[in-house]
Design a protein around this ligand. Structure first.
Ligand SMILES: [Zn+2]
Ligand SMILES: [Zn+2]
Length: 404
């Protein structure tokens, strides 16, 4: 992962420990082609297309089929994002067993292997982002990062997931992964289709709905879930903004977030991988964080982890600053002068914010008063920071217009 933001983001993630860089824990591949995976990934889009055409010709398109597609897409997508990714791979919150069981069953329907294997691969991606050890390093190209890496036989580094091995639900899921996958991914759409068909009045609807559900909520959904998940490894390491870190190629990409229940805010995620949110701003579209939060109200989740506010704000300011300092027109001397003023303001900002965080222990009225003062101070520091950045921009423009 991109650990440069602040050491806090490394330790905060709480998963990878120092000294886990040993070869035995890295991703290993013998370079041979995995034919079952290659054929499955290559053929599912074709079979889905043929299924859609055939079903449409015989039965037409029904809004019920499209609605089941959407429902399966949302439920299975959420099992991957909230379950596989944020709960299991990152342990960014704790979930009670009924929810973990739900994630295990519906996550298997995504056909992305067991949560244990998935998480081992994903943790490796974070520890070795964009380097040789990254199983889907974006440095090897968009196609490799998107799907090419899966066509090669690999040995997932299970040493990365000792915590998940202790969970009986995940051990059970890993042991029976293909049975659960077939039942949840293909059996369940047939059962749901048959049930809907039985509840609708016209005769012959059972077959039409069973096959419709199988084609749309089964085959089409598999292709959609696959490629949208993989967009996080390809597009969200390719196109977008980097507001938090430029230690690796991860990007915040709104379009990917829209398709993946909020996972597109990948730059924040790489900077603060232990945070249960990916879209950290309240207005950012991240249904997965809303789902996790909602589950705390009904008692299904607890211990949600958040990166400290001051670490997030400092990362954002540092990143903006780095971009400004990258301007060639600034000149060495000017840069040094600006840097000194920046680091002073940066320290001040962190100090005020940590003071704000400590206030919770004090009495209510005192706290309110002190918080008010701290907030005023913080907005003053922020205004001065913004002014400084403006000054740098103006200086750089001026220097470009009148080179010495
Ligand atoms: Zn990534
Ligand atoms: Zn992750």
């Amino acid at each position: 992962m991109g650990g440069g933001v602040d050491n806090i983001s490394n330790t905060f993630a709480g998963i990878q420990t120092e000294g886990d860089e040993g070869v035995s824990q890295n991703y290993r591949s013998d370079g041979t082609i995995s034919w079952p995976t290659t054929l499955f990934i290559g053929l599912t889009p074709i079979i889905a297309l043929v299924g859609v055409v055939a079903h449409t010709v015989v039965f037409g398109i029904s809004w019920i089929d499209l609605a089941t597609l959407l429902a399966f897409y949302l439920v299975i997508g959420m099992a991957v994002t909230a379950g596989y990714h944020r709960c299991f791979a990152h342990r960014s919150y704790e979930a009670r067993w009924p929810l973990r069981l739900g994630y295990a069953i519906m996550g298997a329907a995504a056909i992305e292997h067991s949560a244990i294997v998935w998480s081992a691969t994903h943790r490796t991606h974070h520890t070795h982002s964009d380097t040789e050890g990254d199983p889907h390093s974006s440095r090897k190209g968009m196609y490799w990062a998107h799907m090419g890496w899966m066509f090669i036989n690999e040995k997932p580094p299970l040493a990365k997931v000792p915590d998940l091995m202790k969970d009986p639900i995940l051990r059970w899921q890993n042991r029976h992964i293909w049975k659960i996958t077939i039942l949840a991914s293909f059996g369940l759409p047939l059962v749901v289709g048959a049930t809907i068909g039985a509840l609708t009045p016209t005769k012959g609807d059972i077959i039409a709905r069973m096959l419709g559900c199988f084609v749309w909520a089964g085959l089409v959904r598999i292709v959609l879930i696959h490629h949208t998940t993989w967009l996080i490894n390809s597009a969200a390491h390719w196109v977008g903004r980097q507001p938090y870190t430029s230690e690796d190629s991860s990007k915040d990409n709104e379009f990917v977030a829209l398709l993946t229940l909020g996972e597109g805010y990948h730059n924040f995620h790489h900077a603060f991988q232990g945070d249960y949110r990916n879209g950290v701003r309240w207005w950012q579209y991240d249904p997965t964080k809303w789902w996790i939060k909602f589950n705390t109200f009904i008692g299904m989740t607890h211990s949600l982890k958040r990166a400290p506010k001051r670490a997030i704000q400092t990362a954002r300011a540092d990143q903006r600053w780095r971009k400004l300092m990258g301007r060639r027109t600034l000149g060495m001397r000017a840069k040094e002068g600006f840097e000194a003023r920046y680091s002073e303001l940066r320290e001040k900002m962190r100090e005020v914010m940590s003071r704000m965080a400590k206030k919770s222990a004090e009495s209510k009225s005192l706290r309110r008063e002190k918080l008010k003062t701290a907030k005023r101070e913080l907005s003053e520091v922020k205004a001065r920071l913004a002014e400084l950045m403006k000054e740098v921009r103006a200086f750089s423009k001026n220097a470009a217009a009148n080179p010495a």
